[in-house]
Design a protein around this ligand. Structure first.
Ligand code: F6P
Length: 343
């Protein structure tokens, strides 16, 4: 069997571990692998490279993706790009394609399978942990550890200057990263997209924590958090090929309002792409490897239109249709537990 692999959308730590697992499994079965470069753009433009087992040595410890990634959506200019995708797939002599990505990348794989019967298998990934069906995505654990380390560092400078530091995390329209890293760092308040921002309450809690003896505060805000009736704070007006706005900057707005309402000196730190960079955690390496092995099984069984997912501790198989049906916001019981500390 000749199996193509591509990584699409925002990169995240653990992608290379999936690639390694698929290449090894297919090799063990007597097949070969081809890496499609830069996500769906590589299939539109015919950019690829052979992938041998020897080339995957050591990549488990590397962040990013050795194949490159992009947010190319071949269905945006479908009249030109979909025929190109199909022609390049054929020209490469592929029997299957493993698409490793979030809801956008997997959504394209789903449509190519549904509309053109192309042999697709998906592997879910994202630091945002906002994919349906799978309990956790690899990349998320690494991201929350990066945020945790950053906040642990910010705490000492906040404390020295008796300041409030507002830390803005990624996560798009889901509060997973903000909530988990906020719990892990005992943040004074956590703001998430799922709950409208109530600055008066934030200020009240911060002042109470000061009155109780604390002389600095940490507030974690997710980039997708919204003020009532105001929508998200966006970096740019334009959207990407999948129609997503670029979020960012809500932390600055929150910091200014907090300073105005509390009188305490406040600073904002936007962690941005730091959260996606660097080596994957051990947990993410293991999860990504297991998902890669699971995806290879589906490919070798010719079980297409499917994807792997994590359910509890088990790697399960589901359909691409189920995986991309909706995105997964934060399970509110986690936020209720977090909110015990800022009631
Ligand atoms: O989906 C992953 C993610 O990092 C989001 O948390 C963030 O909003 C977005 O990607 C940033 O995208 P880009 O890398 O295109 O700026």
């Amino acid at each position: 069997m000749k199996v193509g692999l591509l990584t699409g959308g925002g990169d995240c730590p653990g992608l290379n571990a999936v690639i390694r697992a698929v290449v090894q499994s297919v090799h063990n079965d007597g097949g070969s692998c081809v890496g499609i470069l830069e996500g769906w753009r590589g299939l539109v433009k015919g950019m690829s490279r052979p992938l041998e087992v020897a080339e995957t040595d050591g990549i488990i410890a590397r962040g990013g993706t050795i194949l490159g990634s992009s947010r190319t959506n071949p269905f945006k200019n479908a009249d030109f790009d979909i025929p190109a995708v199909r022609a390049n797939f054929q020209a490469l002599g592929l029997d299957a394609l493993v698409a490793i990505g979030g809801d956008d990348t997997l959504g394209v794989a789903h449509r190519l399978h549904k509309d053109f019967q192309m042999p697709m298998v998906g592997v879910p990934k994202t630091i945002d942990n906002d994919l349906m069906v799978t309990d956790f995505t690899f990349g998320f654990d690494t991201a929350i550890n990066i945020v945790t380390e950053a906040i642990d560092r910010l705490r000492t400078t906040a404390e020295s200057h008796r300041r409030i530091i507002v830390v803005e995390t990624m996560g798009r329209h889901a509060g997973w990263i903000a909530c988990f890293s906020g719990i892990a760092t005992a943040a004074d308040y956590i703001l998430i997209p799922e709950v409208p921002i109530d600055i008066a309450h934030v200020a009240e809690v911060l002042k109470r924590h000061r009155a109780e003896g604390k002389n600095y505060n940490i507030v974690v805000v997710s980039e997708g958090a919204e003020f009532p009736d105001k929508g998200t704070t966006n970096i740019a007006a334009e959207t990407d090929a999948f129609g997503h706005v670029r979020l960012g900057g809500v932390g600055n707005v929150v910091a200014k309002l907090i300073e105005d309402q509390t009188g305490y000196e406040t600073r904002c730190v936007i962690l941005g792409h730091l959260q996606r960079g660097g080596a994957p955690s051990a947990y993410d390496r293991v999860l990504a490897t297991r998902l890669g092995l699971g995806a290879s099984r589906l490919v070798l069984q010719k079980n297409f239109g499917t994807m792997v997912a994590l359910s509890g501790t088990k790697i399960i198989e589901t359909t691409l249709a189920a995986g991309v049906a909706a995105s997964k916001t934060l399970t509110m019981s986690f936020y209720e537990e977090a909110a015990t500390f800022f009631k």
